[in-house]
Design a protein around this ligand. Sequence first.
Ligand code: MG
Length: 388
Amino acid sequence: MSVDDQAGLAPYAARAANSRGRRHPEPAPEYRSEYQRDRDRIVHSSAFRRLEYKTQVFVNHEGDMFRTRLTHSIEVAQIGRAIARALRLNEDLVEAIALAHDLGHTPFGHSGQDALNHCMKDHGGFEHNLQSLRVVDELEERYAEFNGLNLTYETREGILKHCSLKNAAAMGEVGERFLKKQQPGLEAQLANLADEIAYNNHDVDDGLRAGLITVEQLNGIRLFNEQHERVAAAHPGIGTRRLVHEVVRRMINRQVRDLVETSRARIADSGVASLDEVRAGSAPLIGFSAPMAEWNLELKQFLRAQLYRHYRVKRMSSKADRIMKALFGAFMEDLQVLPPEYQQKAVRSERDAGVAGRARVVADYIAGMTDRYAIGEYERLFDPARLT
Ligand code: MG
């Protein structure tokens, strides 16, 4: 019998004692709940440590002040836990999902993922969500008795946010809900939205700090403008750095409050009394009110147009795109330039699954790289002045 979850969980919260369990049965942990053990395994994984040097929007060496995937994941866990506690959901499970949700991300943010997906288009494609699950199910090599981290079903369910129907069909239990159009548990729904709150707000903060967007521009966005007016009225003459932080933290609060209140009402209206009933639902119960969803969309569209497509960001992403494609091409052309461990894996995988098998191992190797490691590999492979 494992240690219990926190006291006072709602009837529709996930409970470690009712978990669908791990793929490889293990004795229960002595001093932790099953979801705490999941979280701890994630924190000790090598993929988690590498998040420190993987980009969100800004390439890692652009500056030490920007978010990385590691600090992003910690922010998602923090926001997620706060919401979980307010809704009496399982905080440990939310934390585990939040800390693991980006483990499968490639170097160089979204441009890296797009480039790898392009390289893999004839070999089954590349989805970062699926890759996060692959990291915790297969790729981590840390335990004597199994590959991966052998996490509980509920954590794995939360990591797999999206999945194409084609891939879902090949994934067994964890892919079923996509085929049956069912919902994941509330903790998974929540972690997904905590992710969105975290990245929208920190991209505002990072974008301003980088000088790629301005307060004047953001004042055209209702979510920002509402809080900006309040801060400016209450604190005339406040310095810009404090002003921006005050506005961003109030924006996060505003969104969290909306999410908690809306979700609480939806849960009550739905009458769900168990996790099974949550899963059987036709729509997610965790969500923003309609006006907040619209304000959020407005902010996202602004960030897409003004920040993610800013020419300075585009320069980073086009460089990243070239690096990723060049690495993939070089490894596919000649496996002998891969480190021996990956060569052996690629040969085995090609034996089992043909050229797609070889490509999958190359993609695993590249996806696991940090930004700076990918740049180093590129230099080692292509810079004529570097022969080692
Ligand atoms: Mg994320």
